[in-house]
Design a protein around this ligand. Sequence first.
Ligand SMILES: Nc1nc2c(ncn2[C@@H]2O[C@H](COP(=O)(O)OP(=O)(O)O)[C@@H](O)[C@H]2O)c(=O)[nH]1
Ligand SMILES: [Mg+2]
Length: 367
Amino acid sequence: MNRKVYKAENIQQAIATIKEELGSDAMILSTRKIKRKLSDPYAKEMFEVEAAVPPPKKDDKKDRGHLMEAIQDDIAQIKDMISIAGFGSGMHNMVCNHFESVGVLASLLRAGVSETLAGAIIQKASVSMDNTADQQEKIKSLKKYVMKECLSRVAVRDYFCRDNTSGVPHVAAFIGPTGVGKTTTIAKLAAMLTFQRKMRVALISIDNYRVGAFEQLKAYASIMGLLCVPAFSAQDLLCALDRMKSMDMVLIDTAGHSHFDKQRIDEILKLIQADFRISAHLVLSVTSESIIMQEAASAFSVFGPDTVIFTKVDETRRCGKILDQINDFKLPVSLIANGQRVPEDLMVPDKQELLKIILGKGSKEII
Ligand SMILES: Nc1nc2c(ncn2[C@@H]2O[C@H](COP(=O)(O)OP(=O)(O)O)[C@@H](O)[C@H]2O)c(=O)[nH]1
Ligand SMILES: [Mg+2]
């Protein structure tokens, strides 16, 4: 029982306060007059009343509530089984061998994690979990290890926001397929670094293929008052970088083109390799199919990217493929773009935040 002591000048006043605070079910446990202190003989007379709210009675309504909850749990589990039945045969064995994994496995699959990876995660987690406990505890233990497994596969790297004490600018080129959001992400990042981190930022565009590509970047740069220059040859690029020596960060926007166009990829590669300081950051949109993301990641791997940036996470409920990508390519995530608004829709995620994005709704089930 939750006990509480009230003080008032008279009992009626104390009871009124108790009713107001604890409701009319409250019980008075004791009352007493507080002795005046010898040091203050003119003090007002005070009373102390101890009251408590009785614990709620077990009623039928509550029992029915529990029963409904149990039925809903069962229905959810049957639904999960049906959804898993739609996947490959490996999933059936997984569920038969680790029955308690149904809910967690379904959450991973629904989030868009591939069958192979989801299966591997559950398999590893179920080896570590406490098998001696009762069903509820087993599930709890399984979730704990699934979380651990997922977290061990998630890597983040705050590449852009760290302090630059090197005396030379960090130079970062954004590479990736057409339309994934490279230019937009650069504009968001430039704003974040300039206005929130108070860094000196300049922009270079080596996108000479799309009409208006430079103008798009230049327009953002003008709003922010940043230096922005085009560079179409290695010579141009070295000159531009020389002008930007006093900056903390130089962001390079590259041509949007198909990842199948090897010749153009080589052209950018040659340009970027003109300066050994330039790091590369692969930009991928989560709205692309997993296979397209894999192909793009492997076509752009010639740049030896330092980090990967995922865009358009606001446009899909199936961000689980991010886990597959970082598992396959072992690249840490530096940024997440989650909308079209410049500069707001950009995140520098930590591991937990990234995992929440990856698991989507399922994060409530697992975390
Ligand atoms: N919904 C959504 N749209 C985005 C995001 N990032 C970029 N876009 C949009 O994607 C389109 C292509 O962006 P752009 O930066 O020009 O792509 P680029 O060709 O890679 O430079 C534009 O309409 C952007 O507004 C994002 O995080 N979410
Ligand atoms: Mg662009």
